[in-house]
Design a binder for this molecule. Structure first.
Ligand code: GTP
Ligand code: MG
Length: 245
């Protein structure tokens, strides 16, 4: 088995590497769709609202390498830039995130290199999301190449905050005034409250539905027992009438 790091420099290698990352996105994307469909089939419930995927632009790759003090080479790019292939899974509830992460972790052909739980440990900015770095084997005609994919899993509310925060921060190129950062952190707190409220509402609805079903079941059983008793007593009265004859 090979990692993409063994490729030579040059445009052909560049094309091959990007082809591998694109293939990795397809492989992992299909896996996620299957997991979601299976979940829907078994639990009649969709944990994934939507999935976004992207390949990092050459400009962003070079910028990231430079920021981290690396030369712009193909081997540095595959070794040190982990988010060239990125997938974002947007879920309905926080509990779905951990369920998805668990299901991804159990896929035998994926190797989880690391996990960063920014939900349990939010960033100073207020950013919340669950990140996994995985490798997926890409089967070429003459070899198999393990290729990295960064998976970010978050709720719709977390995604809403992160998208807008990114837009706002981008305008300041990372140098936003303190009151903006403070307000953004405050908004992150509101988003977390909203997520917690939505989760408890959903749990309450699931519970209420289960109780209603249970009551319905009990009512059905009572009716059946009643019908059974009525049948027995009418049989008995029939027997008495027969005896009286
Ligand atoms: P990047 O160079 O930004 O990729 O960071 P990293 O390689 O040190 O990894 P990190 O876990 O910090 O971030 C990975 C990704 O998470 C980023 O590329 C963003 O998509 C997202 N992210 C991390 N921090 C923030 C944040 O404060 N705000 C927003 N909007 N997104 C963030
Ligand atoms: Mg990134």
């Amino acid at each position: 088995m090979q990692t993409p790091g063994n490729f030579n420099e040059g445009i052909d290698s560049w094309k091959t590497v990007i082809f591998l990352y694109n293939s990795a996105l397809k492989e992992v994307g299909t896996k996620l769709e299957i997991l979601n469909d299976e979940f829907l089939h078994v639990h009649q419930y969709n944990p994934i609202e939507y999935i976004k995927s992207r390949i990092k632009s050459p400009e962003s790759i070079v910028k990231k390498l430079r920021r981290n003090g690396y030369e712009s080479t193909i081997s540095n790019m595959v070794n040190y830039v982990n988010d060239i292939a990125g997938l974002r899974i947007v879920c309905s509830f926080t509990s779905d995130i951990y369920q998805m992460a668990d299901m991804i972790g159990k896929q035998n052909d994926l190797t989880v290199l690391w996990v960063k739980d920014y939900i349990k440990h939010p960033k100073d900015s207020g950013y919340k999301s669950y990140h996994m770095l995985v490798t997926v084997p890409i089967f070429l005609s003459d070899r198999v190449v393990d290729t990295k994919v960064e998976i970010q899993i978050r709720t719709i509310a977390m995604d809403f905050w992160a998208s807008l925060e990114h837009k706002i921060y981008y305008k300041f190129e990372g140098n936003a005034p303190e009151y903006i950062s403070r307000d953004l952190r405050e908004c992150a707190g509101i988003v977390s409250m909203l997520d917690a409220k939505m989760l408890s509402l959903n749990e309450a609805i699931v519970e209420a539905k289960a109780q209603a079903e249970e009551r319905e079941e009990e009512k059905k059983e009572e009716q059946e027992q009643m019908q059974e008793r009525m049948k027995v007593s009418s049989d008995e009265s029939f027997e008495i009438e027969e005896d009286g004859l």
